[in-house]
Design a protein around this ligand. Sequence first.
Ligand code: ZN
Length: 638
Amino acid sequence: MRRLLPAVAVLCLLTFSAKADAAQSSAAPIVLNVDASEAPQKIYHAHLVIPVEPGPVVLYYPKWIPGTHGPTGPIADLAGLRMHAGDKQIPWRRDDVDMYAFHCTVPDGAQKLDVALDMLAAGGGGFGDQTENICVIRWNQFLVYPKGKPIDSIPFQASIKIPSGWKMSTSLPIESQEGESAKFGVVSLDTLVDSPVLAGIHHREIRLGTGEPAHYLDLVADSAAALEITPKQRALYEKLVAEAGVLFGSRHYKSYRFLVTLSDKMGYHGLEHHECSDDGMPEHSMADDEAAKAIAYLLPHEYVHSWNGKYRRPGGLVTPTYQEANNTRLLWVYEGLTEYLGTVLTARSGLWTLDEARDYLAMTAQQLDNTKGRAWRPLEDTTLVAPMRAYDARGGWTSWRRSVDYYDEGTLIWLEVDTKIRELTKGQRCLDDFCRRFHGGAGGHAELKPYDLDEIVADLNAVAPYDWKTLLTNRVTQTADHAPLGGFRQGGWRVILTDKPTAFEKAVQGLRKRFDQSSSIGLTLGPDGEIGDVVLGTPAYKAGVGPGMKLIAVNTRRYSPKVLDEALAASKKPGHSITLLIEDGDFYRTYKLDYQGGPRHAHLERLKGQPDLLSKILSPLTGSVEKKAAKLHKGTDG
Ligand SMILES: [Zn+2]
């Protein structure tokens, strides 16, 4: 999962050889039909036929949804639940303490249970949204399954009907298709849930390169124009596929699909799967090279998860069914390493230039350094509250509360590991070697290999002997006043503050309409002056400003980002000050800030005499973008 924007314990290892058997199992599959033909109306109907034995049965609605790191199954949106055995309606009763469990009794002689349910999609916000033109079928929302068997051994045969005139994409095997209806091959429940269907009226499937295994960019959009991907974007995503292949050394899928919604109305999101990813981007992200920059990291991040998260997964995130709680302690590997490798691949593929990737890292590092909550709360503690809707925790004081920092701080930790390996081995080895060892293997099909921290440490030691356990444990379990910036120093750079934003920061803040002044006066602002966060100890904090207020005027002039920038610049001149007029509910008040520091924006600066390892890390392994794109189009992709 990827959280929306930078400013998403039972340890039971299953025998996964059973997984491949589920599809071929002689047991009759559960038949599931989802009628999504009323998707624009925001209601879906599902019907299941579940083979059963007479007697008491417990049916589960999936609760802990893979990749969301929490009990996020949308149980409140489940409606219309009815059960029948033949013509006889069967009463059901919800469990007293587990709201995701339903009890019923199958009468003598009955061998199957018919279950009808509706999914109400009118809640708005978050995953599960659709527009008049787009929907994403995430199967876990439309089914129940019987208690008693692991999810990799319950066979399902699903079919779907989408609205008239729409088209669909999925990595599920298609058994038959007629118009807007499709029937899929039998797969295990975990594979079904891992294989969403993307559908929309404006639909386009693009094959990326010509090599095997096949890769596709499947787009559905709120407009036909948004499907007009620029030749540059297409070449860059082809390069992403090639670069990932070299980084990991093998691919654990038969084919891979980027299932992308292009809409300004749906939430921007990413949810990883083994053979596809469920990606939500702004409407013109593919058709406008400049707009693409702001969210260029999304597809690389979700794609990396096919290796780091799906193929290799912390044991605590592997449970027999969707009902057991996850142990999220190793999310700094699951998400943090993914975030680092995703950033590296965004640069290596050319989706960001070297300068843009460095500017992004500078912004990230500075934002983390302004996260004062590290003083009371170690990074690992943020992983453990991930299930508590940490992804949605908007409220203010984020820098003191801490957020899902295991993404960005993970980037810094893994940069430190990468540069340390390069330093220890005098440039002979690097984190890529670890990835080929840890994420490599035969490949060719979806497979799951759980891991623990000891295996990570052992594989790092095999690449470059060092006390990795102490380094990693210190980084994730110790409190600190500053972000872990050692990776920059080892990589030949340091973070500095100047009064001018980088071109990248300017472009990204403009596109996202979010303005970070944490390093100067100590607050962040939304598009209309909404104060999102205030950093403890900064001039804004000391003056009495709090989150949830709204900035109306700066030095008597109506607020705009430019007006504030000019006031910050003037603050350095003698006799100038900054006075904010702020609205808080029905009240207005002025706040005088004691600040003379001018604007402050993060940059990376080269450390003289140190080798530039960072640029080496961010540089492509497969030749230049242009050369690679030309090769790909001639069909010579490896
Ligand atoms: Zn993720």
